[in-house]
Design a protein around this ligand. Structure first.
Ligand code: NAD
Length: 497
């Protein structure tokens, strides 16, 4: 235990211990013998101290010219880029996903940071004519103040960066609570920001449990907006707490994403997409493909192709370049996945491959499960309706595009969907009629890019979007400014002559 690193909270530019005096261990989900580090088991008073620092820092940060804020972010992005390999391997050790994917996660943080650095020289408002003579109208974006961020574990650096960088470029200050399962990547992000010149108090981090820290992060009157990514269940708690105090709430929540494979699809491509969508990140992406609607004329062929490929996927430690799929994040999530596999079997779905926890040798030290494919699934089954968040794909048959679209829309979630077809009419009809925030044609349900809006409809979100310029709308408020240089009282709507 003596050589295990203890990581502190980051408040007002300092690394500080929690007022609780307690830490917790975080272990590698691929090998639970390995302790990633000791992290602060923070209490509400730590969150309050972080908010205090963020509130004080806001007074100056909001007045730093946005292009100057952008220069700092540019240097942060360069730092992340220079350290990409080390940051990725830290992330694979704490989260489990394979190293190729953690490099992608860090790259997403780099992309977002460069992108928002550039926004420092845009943050465009509009100028528009006035209805009155000798009057000038314009709009500017203003920061909100202190932002509280609550993050999940599946994108340990990308999601925090998606929240932080647009907020910072707009002139806000922040307090972030990483997921208790992946705090190291946010520690690394804080270090990069601090060492590249983000001033003390502008960014703050407290680690620990959501139910303990959540109320302080949400209800403090100095906090103006809460940006949350996680399950719909927790999002509802956050949303209700925000509503009481009219706080802005930006919620990114669960998904039950669908890939449609039509009878004219390029099946090789559709299988590639389904494998990557269903088993990439061990199925633990909010945009993961967990439902597949396949045309009845090709379902047999498609099923045999995907089952053959799923059986060949190498499951193991994500640091090994040859591994295709890493472990599940923790015991609780593994139990949840195994529970749904049992539910699928008991509901009468046919298990085509997988379905077992992997054991023996190194597997015994981690949370490994086989890539799993069910067929003969019907739309009333729980494995079809509920978010599993693991490597479990359920395949349903359809006989027309209309039926496929109805099946796709038959869910409380609305994050991502895709269609594989060679028919442009089918592609455009599905694009228009499927109710999701993200849609792909001849590509998997995963693969968002940072400069497009990201988020979902229905119980996936509450109308906001992350990423793209949509993120600027979340982290700024419009101010409309009227400058009258006529030297007399001019009354809008009244002095019409
Ligand atoms: P989670 O809801 O369990 O936890 C998310 C965060 O909320 C964690 O930091 C947790 O500590 C905190 N939390 C827990 N209870 C809280 C409370 N009472 N008050 C305040 N905060 C609390 O989710 P998770 O297991 O970390 O992540 C998986 C979920 O996230 C899945 O449902 C997935 O679909 C969703 N997700 C959505 C998106 C998206 O953009 N739509 C992206 C990634 C993950």
């Amino acid at each position: 235990m003596s050589n295990v690193t203890e990581y502190k909270n980051f408040i007002n530019g300092q690394w500080v211990a929690s007022k609780s005096g307690q830490t917790y261990e975080n272990r590698n989900p691929a090998n639970t013998d390995q302790i990633i580090g000791l992290f602060q088991q923070s209490v509400a008073a730590d969150a309050t101290a972080a908010i205090e620092a963020a509130s004080a820092a806001f007074k100056k940060w909001r007045l730093v010219p946005a292009p100057k804020r952008g220069e700092i972010l540019y240097n942060v992005a360069k730092r992340l880029f220079d350290n990409k390999e080390e940051l990725s391997s830290d992330m694979t050790r704490e989260m489990g996903k394979v190293i190729k994917e953690t490099r992608g996660d860090v790259q997403e943080a780099i992309d977002m940071t460069f992108y928002m650095a550039g926004e420092g020289r845009r943050l465009f408002g509009i100028t528009t004519p006035s209805e009155l003579a000798n009057k000038f109208n314009m709009t500017i974006r203003q920061p909100l103040g202190v932002c509280s961020f609550i993050a999940p574990w599946n994108f340990p650096m990308a999601i925090p960066a998606w929240k932080m960088m647009p907020a910072l470029i707009c002139g806000n200050t922040i307090v972030i609570k990483p997921s208790e399962h992946t705090p190291l990547s946010v520690v690394n992000l804080m270090k990069a920001c601090h060492e590249e010149g983000v001033p003390p108090g502008v960014i703050n981090m407290v680690t620990g449990d959501g139910p303990v820290l959540g109320p302080a992060l949400i209800t403090d009157p100095r906090v103006k907006i809460v940006s949350f990514t996680g399950s719909t269940r927790t999002g509802r708690i956050v949303s209700e707490a925000c509503a009481k105090n009219f706080k802005h709430a930006c919620l990114e929540m669960g998904g039950k994403n669908v890939e449609i494979v039509m009878d004219d699809a390029n099946l090789e491509l559709a299988v590639d997409g389904a494998l990557w969508g269903a088993f990439g990140t061990t199925g633990q992406r909010c945009t993961a493909t967990s439902r597949l609607v396949c045309h009845k004329d090709v379902i047999e062929k498609f099923t045999s192709m995907i089952v053959e490929r799923a059986k060949k996927l190498q499951v193991g430690n994500g640091l090994d370049e040859a591994t295709d799929m890493g472990p599940i994040i923790n015991q609780k999530q593994l139990d949840n996945v195994m529970k749904y596999i049992e539910i699928g079997k008991s509901e009468g779905a046919r298990l085509q491959t997988g379905g077992e926890r992997l054991t023996g040798g190194e597997y015994d030290k981690g949370y490994f499960v086989q890539p799993t494919v069910f067929t003969d699934v019907t739309a009333d089954m729980r494995i079809w309706k509920e978010e599993i968040f693991g490597p479990v794909l359920s395949i349903v048959s359809c006989s027309s595009l209309d039926e496929a679209i109805n099946l796709a829309n038959d869910t409380v979630y609305g994050l991502s969907a895709s269609i594989y077809t060679q028919d442009v009419n089918s592609a455009y009809t599905a694009m228009r009629d499927i109710n999701t925030g993200i849609f792909y044609v001849n590509a998997p349900t995963i693969g968002a890019e940072t400069h497009l809006p990201f988020g979902g409809t229905k119980e996936t979100g509450n109308g906001h979007r992350e990423a793209g310029t949509a993120a600027l709308d979340v982290f700024s408020e419009w101010k409309s400014i009227y400058v009258d240089f006529s030297g007399k009282l001019q009354r809008a709507q009244i002095d019409t002559e």
